[in-house]
Ligand binder design. Structure first.
Ligand SMILES: C[S@@+](CC[C@H](N)C(=O)[O-])C[C@H]1O[C@@H](n2cnc3c(N)ncnc32)[C@H](O)[C@@H]1O
Length: 260
């Protein structure tokens, strides 16, 4: 399945997003409470923000990092320092196939990826097969992002509900990850969650992020809603209602880990 935001400009959104308070990597990895050592796999690496962070901060031997998008992999390769280049191997693969991934890993991590697939459980099952015995799989996922906006604008609420009913992915996957980890036979499951309340600075940052998301996902929205007019209307209403003081947007960020 094609990524809903597949577009060359998606790279700059991912590089910007990691600077936002909501998506801070140091806080996210602290919440996971995992120390990276040995061989690491970054599944759905995007532009490589996570791989670069791990390479700079942990005594890892090497990182393999793949993404479905050839464009994203090519962009990731241009963003590494010479030191990082020696430690990170970027390549193309599909988390639902894993045809190019080889060997076993001490740590596998996937950040904001399985929410974009049409089979999150299968993605977790696939990754678990590449863990060393005693290795750790960590998943950072959102639950309720975008779709949780509630406003007093009836037309927008209906458009959001329509999109949610048609979208070929699950933006409520966060809450399901611990159950999926158990179903695929992993042990020592742990999870925690943060609530993200979009007001003040967080709202400003999420608003800018949503503007960039819409730029990348416009063709996808036209396709899913079967109408360019509806897609444009959804984008305009969403952005204007997001800033209304009476609108609410709260979502949850899950940090989940388990061992083989
Ligand atoms: C929201 S981005 C997150 C990227 C990166 N993990 C990060 O933390 O910035 C989602 C990424 O998942 C990738 N993706 C979507 N479906 C995929 C699949 N089936 N296999 C591998 N990567 C996929 C997209 O190409 C995109 O780069």
């Amino acid at each position: 399945m094609k990524y809903s935001m597949e577009n060359t400009i998606e790279a700059s959104r991912l590089e910007q997003q990691v600077l936002d308070k909501t998506y801070n990597l140091t806080s996210e990895l602290a919440a996971l409470g995992v120390q990276f050592t040995g061989r690491v796999l970054d599944a759905g690496c995007g532009t490589g923000v996570l791989s670069r962070h791990i390479s700079n901060n942990y005594p890892i031997a090497s990182i393999d990092a793949f993404d479905y998008s050839d464009i994203r992999v090519a962009q990731a390769k241009t963003l590494v320092t010479p030191h990082q280049k020696n430690h990170i191997h970027f390549y193309q693969d599909d988390i639902l196939q894993l045809a190019q991934t080889t060997g076993k890993f001490d740590h596998i991590i996937s950040r904001y990826v399985i929410e974009h697939t049409n089979d999150a459980r299968k993605a977790i099952e696939n990754l678990s097969q590449y863990l060393q015995k005693g290795g750790t799989l960590s998943i950072i996922e959102l639950d309720g992002v975008f779709f949780n906006l509630y406003t007093s604008h009836q037309e927008l609420n209906e458009l959001i509900a329509e999109l949610k009913s048609l979208a070929p992915f699950d933006l409520n996957v966060g809450r399901k990850v611990p159950a999926y980890l158990e179903q695929v036979g992993l042990k020592e499951i742990s999870w925690s969650a943060d609530q993200i309340c979009c007001n003040g600075t967080i709202l400003k940052e999420e608003f800018e992020n949503t503007k960039l998301r819409f730029k990348s996902m416009h063709p996808f929205l036209c396709d899913v809603l079967s109408s360019e007019k509806k897609a444009t209307r959804l984008e305009e209403l969403y952005l204007s209602e997001m800033n209304r003081p009476s609108s609410t947007l709260v979502f949850t960020k899950f940090f989940c880990s388990a061992k083989k």
